[in-house]
Design a protein around this ligand. Structure first.
Ligand SMILES: C[S@@+](CC[C@H](N)C(=O)[O-])C[C@H]1O[C@@H](n2cnc3c(N)ncnc32)[C@H](O)[C@@H]1O
Length: 364
């Protein structure tokens, strides 16, 4: 039995030191659960926050087999609808955050989070909730406009943390909204290029930062498409070469001005490749760089393009406000949703509202 790569990071064995399970439980935001297996990959027990609670137990010399809970609840691997129904029933009864999904031999085949079962209620507490939010809003818009399939893209993938989250949220949103979602990730693979000039914010970014481990990332992804190469080149051919389903939500996290310009130029492509008002998340629009980087690219884009505009043109965040008063080294994440903007495609055949009466108000 081969355990799916996507959950292999949650697997420990009976003789694995318990501290490994502690690490899994403390660092995995989506699935804080270690599955304890025997040598045949049969799941014998689970370790959650209770089992590794330092107030209750000193795990330093113990093994996972010694501390695991062997009387645990799990989900039987079934068709998707039954799986979700069973999960919701169990989560409604018990204060559990993650359930293992086991096959008929009790081999782990998946993990199921409370966040998945109740996605719409709690997605704003998840990592990269800006991705969940942007994709959800754009998928709703697309559904209302009659699309059956859309695309979402992360420009700037690095280790893949964002893309893995985007892929997870795409799966949940696709189920909830009833729309197909294809996921793409663009990156050079080799990290940041050398800044071309002052517009690439050389005061912030360093050449070679954020190198990818492409093979390792591919193992963790289900079906997201990785497009490796200089974005200034790959964006020139992407639309024609891949003929993507209409693009609905985009994340731009490429740090430099030059690739951002190339991405925005791609957005000038034919309307058939886009929903009428895609949402774009801009990661790097702190107030201190208004004459460089993504800000500059947005301003220039709006100036040159008459019927396709990014709105709001100005809205960012001031990094100085986001340090704690007592400890300047503590970084508090600035409001990420305020960095989501709209790409208005005024001439798009589906741009005009579909609502019939004033009472039937729907924003998207
Ligand atoms: C900050 S990292 C992205 C982090 C990622 N979005 C996340 O949240 O995990 C920026 C990435 O942009 C990529 N990048 C910057 N300029 C690029 C270019 N011209 N072509 C391709 N990739 C580029 C770098 O390789 C780097 O991996």
């Amino acid at each position: 039995m081969k355990i799916p790569t996507q959950i292999s990071g949650n697997i420990v064995y009976l003789d694995t030191p318990a501290v490994f399970a502690f690490y899994i439980v403390k660092t995995n935001a989506h699935y804080p659960l270690a599955l304890v297996c025997n040598e045949d990959d049969v799941c014998i027990g689970v370790i959650g926050s209770y089992e590794v609670d330092p107030d209750r137990i000193n795990i330093s010399t113990l093994t996972c087999g010694e501390i695991c809970n062997r009387e645990f609840t799990f989900l039987k691997d079934k068709d998707e609808d039954s799986l979700y129904r069973d999960a919701r029933n169990i989560f409604a009864e018990k204060a559990i955050r993650t359930l293992p999904v086991l096959n008929e031999h009790r081999n782990p085949v998946g993990l199921f989070g409370r966040w998945q079962a109740f996605f719409l209620e709690n997605y704003k507490t998840l990592p990269y909730f800006n991705y969940a939010h942007g994709l959800l809003c754009s998928a709703k818009q697309a559904k209302e406009k009659g699309y059956e399939r859309i695309s979402t893209i992360e420009f700037g993938v690095a280790s893949g943390r964002g893309l893995i989250n985007l892929e997870r949220y795409a799966k949940e949103i696709s189920r909830l909204i009833g729309i197909g979602i294809d996921v793409y990730g663009f990156d050079s693979g080799g990290g940041l290029f050398a800044p071309s000039d002052y517009r690439d914010c050389p005061q912030i970014w360093i050449e070679g930062e954020y190198k990818m481990d492409i093979a390792a990332l591919k193992e963790k992804l289900y079906n997201a498409n990785l497009i490796i190469g200089d974005i200034c080149e790959t964006t020139k051919t992407f639309l024609e070469k891949y003929n993507p389903a209409p693009i609905a939500f985009i994340s731009i996290d490429v740090d430099h001005y030059k690739p951002c310009v190339a991405i925005l130029d791609m957005l000038l492509g034919d309307d058939k490749y886009f929903i009428p008002m895609p949402l774009i998340y801009f990661d790097d629009i702190p107030d201190q760089v208004q004459f460089q980087g993504e800000y500059l690219a947005i301003k220039e884009f709006n100036a040159k393009s008459e019927f396709i505009k990014i709105s709001p043109e100005y809205s960012g965040f001031n990094t100085l406000f986001y340090h704690s008063e007592n400890d300047m080294s503590v970084w508090k994440q600035p409001n990420v949703v305020s960095r989501i903007k709209y790409l208005h495609r005024f001439k798009h055949p589906k741009y005009a509202s579909t609502r019939k009466t004033k009472n039937n108000i729907s924003i998207f």
